[in-house]
Design a protein around this ligand. Structure first.
Ligand code: GUN
Length: 280
């Protein structure tokens, strides 16, 4: 069994990002990510501060916009319009979830597709579906980069994705399909989840449920990628996979933390550089 070391791979790829930033700087382009946080969801605050840290470490400029939990939709849309028009801003992310009074889909659709570094805008999602990318969604792209790093080719493999969110499950399935995997998406209404999972050569879990994937659900020699970030009863960070029991029967497995998470963060920087480079 090989442990997929996302932290190590991300730090390797971070060197390339730094070099790309330096090259853009020489052309007087200062790659800049605008990060919008509405309200004070504790998890969102951690994610946002990590994104800023990542930008600082790699030489990107980050501009934070913190709005109160009572912010109205119009006010947020006005900020997005200003960021769309601001030539110094290359990428925009609005941290989700948003407070109830704001329609997330309307906000996502208001971000210029050219600056949509999350790859959530319907136009960019459509481009990804057609294999004609502008950006790739960060978490699924991070998973694919990990597979590539370890020379795990989805072509001809049976790939099972657990979860059908717009952020991970659906685009993950699409990226695996694009690489010629045979893909099954499972979800809360799948009748025999264990039987579906046992067919997987590559199993990607993105549900958010501690110990969802147990040893009896994993084929001998499978590749197991755990995208989830949960806390167990002891408050410890963990994924969906019962790691200790599952790991011995895998060919490759990601830990949580230190697996997919660092790659997701890196892919956001990559998308921001893609957006900035288009300004050349
Ligand atoms: N909330 C949880 N994950 C994400 C993400 O990747 N992007 C944004 N904008 N919000 C999130």
């Amino acid at each position: 069994m090989t442990l997929i070391d996302g932290k190590m791979v991300a730090s390797e790829l971070r060197k390339e990002i730094r070099a790309e930033v330096a090259a853009l700087n020489r052309e007087n382009i200062r790659p800049c990510l605008a990060v919008v946080l509405v309200g004070d969801n504790p998890a969102s605050r951690v994610y946002v501060s990590n994104k800023e840290k990542d930008c600082a470490e790699c030489g990107l400029v980050s501009k934070e916009h913190k709005l109160s939990a009572e912010t109205g939709e119009q006010e947020l849309l006005a900020l997005i319009a200003a960021l769309n028009a601001d030539e110094s801003v290359h990428g925009i992310i609005v941290q989700l979830p948003l407070p109830k009074q704001i329609d997330e889909q309307r906000v996502i659709a208001a971000i210029s597709p050219d600056k949509d570094v999350d790859c959530f805008h319907p136009y960019n999602v459509g481009c990804m579906m057609q294999g004609n990318d502008r950006f790739l969604p960060c978490t699924p792209a991070g998973v694919m980069a990990l597979l590539d790093y370890y020379h795990i080719d989805p072509a001809g493999k049976h790939c099972v994705v657990l979860g059908r969110s717009n952020i991970v499950g659906k685009p993950q399935a699409m990226l695996l399909l694009r690489r010629n995997g045979t893909v099954t998406i499972c979800h809360s209404k799948t009748p025999d989840l264990a039987a579906e999972c046992r067919k997987a050569d590559i199993l990607v879990s993105a549900v958010g449920k501690v110990n969802l994937v147990t040893a009896d659900m994993v084929k001998q020699g499978a590749v197991v990628i755990d995208v989830a970030m949960n806390r167990n009863e002891a408050g410890k960070l963990c994924g969906d996979v019962a790691f200790d029991a599952v790991a011995p029967q895998c060919s490759y497995i990601t830990p949580v933390p230190g697996g997919v998470g660092p790659m997701t963060r890196l892919m956001l920087l990559r998308n921001t550089l893609t957006a900035a480079a288009r300004k050349k």
